[in-house]
Design a protein around this ligand. Structure first.
Ligand code: CMX
Length: 141
């Protein structure tokens, strides 16, 4: 079940060049930076209330974000919903004819499990489902 808008992904040419606008002009705290090699991106997260803004810089021109920048330029790349059971939500959307872009959840930033839905099946918005992985130290079995 969808719990909230987890984050908005924004494709940028350079995270270093983009940080001053989000951190200094808008005043959003920069809370996390990471390279997600499997997705071909370097990312930076800013806290914006209950959600975050994720800047995405491509690691190569032929990565998903590299291709997006080449065809559309900088801008909103995807919207991510936080869910509590990604397998159940994958099955639910697939049963209604929405194409999933991977055969199973993948590892994303912040150690979350992620799955993308095809933008042609979601009224033009690349849509991500993401779920925090259970923490064996703090979560009950
Ligand atoms: N939002 C909306 N529409 C998009 C889009 C996006 N981000 N990316 C591509 N599209 C549209 C294209 O404009 C194109 O539309 P038209 O046919 O009308 O021109 C259509 O989708 C197909 O695009 P394409 O260029 O032929 O296909 P791509 O090879 O670029 O693949 C996509 C597009 C969405 C399937 C691919 O980018 C993908 O699998 N994305 C999921 C993974 C991802 O984006 N990872 C990076 C972020 C990781 C993270 O957040 O950590």
């Amino acid at each position: 079940m969808i719990q909230k808008v987890d984050h908005i992904g924004i494709a940028v040419r350079s995270i270093d060049d983009s940080i001053p606008f989000y951190r200094d002009t808008l005043g959003l705290p920069l809370v996390h930076q990471e390279t997600v090699a499997a997705q071909g991106v370097r990312v930076a997260f800013f806290q914006a209330g209950q959600t975050t803004i994720e800047l995405l810089e491509p690691l190569s021109p032929d990565s998903p974000v590299g291709k997006f920048l080449a065809s559309r330029g900088e801008g909103i790349h995807h919207m991510a919903f936080g869910v509590d059971d990604i397998l159940a939500d994958r099955a639910k959307v697939a049963s209604q004819g929405v194409r999933l872009l991977s055969d199973a959840p993948l590892d994303g930033a912040h150690g979350k499990l992620i799955s993308f839905l095809h933008p042609k099946d979601t009224h033009g918005v690349l849509t991500e489902l993401c779920q925090r992985k259970p923490d064996p130290h703090t979560d009950q079995p």
